[in-house]
Design a protein around this ligand. Structure first.
Ligand code: PMP
Length: 299
């Protein structure tokens, strides 16, 4: 069952430079973004009133926009402040932040050189309900029939709307057949990622994760690699073939939304969430707290 529709909530949205009433935000049906997927966005989490790795997310938003030939009419600092202002204006303590930039309705056609680049930021409460025992049971994934495309077929290192077409299709099929998510292979048949999260595997105490050469190198992924290193675990980034999944004992996903989520099954392969996964879940949850991030920055 869907919750409260997203266009009928209370609060304020930062829209092209101003905080406006949530219900007053509109988008014309002839917006270029709606027809041609010219939109880039971010997904950020607020922990204890503070956005985790805010500037990294904002920089990625600008990278995505630049790659899509969209010039955001603000600076990274402006958008960092705007995200913080929006979180404060909505009194969000533990939540989610969604900045999005898109081409407007000045031009309707494939070419939109002079279309205005809009930017909006919305935020909502979304606590991380963390019951380690429950989470350690792991989630089940199916194998997606869709493949991550090659780098010369789509701007694959961006967080842009067009890349999510196959993610939504994969996730729908997974949910319809009783799975939580879906694992996608890439155009070469190598393991890539889930529909909105990166994937890690463990074998004989060593952590393995696919090299992000055709999918998003997640901010959580990088944080977990850093934390694993700090714990003394070896992390190997390499090409992983799907058959190798038979030999891994643990598996988990990483992402802003899923944080560190253990996986118990991918298609025909089973995993038993164990102590490395548990340690990283725990370290990540500590790392995102406002106090610990400030400590890490000072290190
Ligand atoms: N891959 C995809 C397709 C995603 O949507 C996300 C979520 N942004 C990730 C990976 C993980 O990225 P991050 O850790 O930066 O949230």
């Amino acid at each position: 069952m869907p919750g409260e529709p997203f266009d009928q909530r209370d609060g304020r949205i930062w829209y092209d430079g101003n905080l406006v009433e949530w219900s007053g935000v509109t988008l014309h049906v002839l917006s270029h973004a709606l027809h041609y997927a010219s939109a880039v966005f971010e997904g950020e989490r607020v922990y204890g009133g503070r956005i985790f790795k805010l500037t990294e997310h904002t920089r990625r938003l600008f990278h995505s926009a630049k790659t899509l030939d969209m010039k955001i009419p603000y600076s990274v600092e402006d958008i960092d402040s705007a995200c913080e202002e929006t979180v404060q204006a909505n009194n969000i303590v533990d939540g989610y932040v969604r900045p999005i930039a898109w081409r407007g309705s000045e031009m309707m056609g494939v070419s939109a050189q002079d279309a205005f680049i809009h930017l909006a930021i919305a935020t909502w409460e979304w606590p991380s309900y963390f019951d380690p025992a429950e989470r350690l049971k792991g989630i089940r994934l199916m194998m997606s029939p869709w493949r991550r495309p090659a780098p010369d077929t789509i701007p694959c290192d961006t967080k842009s709307a067009g890349l999510y077409m196959i993610c939504t299709l994969s996730k729908h099929e997974a949910e319809r057949t009783g799975y939580a998510d879906s694992l996608m292979l890439d155009y070469r048949g190598q393991v890539s990622e889930a529909t909105g999260a990166n994937v890690f595997f463990i074998r004989d105490g060593v952590i393995h994760t696919p090299t992000p050469d055709c999918f998003l190198d997640g901010i959580t992924r990088r944080t977990v690699i850093y934390l694993a290193g700090r714990c003394g675990f070896e992390v190997v980034e390499r090409a992983i073939m799907p058959e190798e999944m038979a030999n891994f004992s643990e598996c988990f996903l990483t992402g802003t939304a899923v944080e560190v989520t253990p996986v118990s099954q991918i298609g025909e392969y089973s995993f038993t969430p164990g102590c490395i996964t548990e340690t990283l879940m725990d370290k990540y949850l500590t790392e995102v707290q406002p106090e610990s991030d400030a400590t890490a920055a000072a290190e």
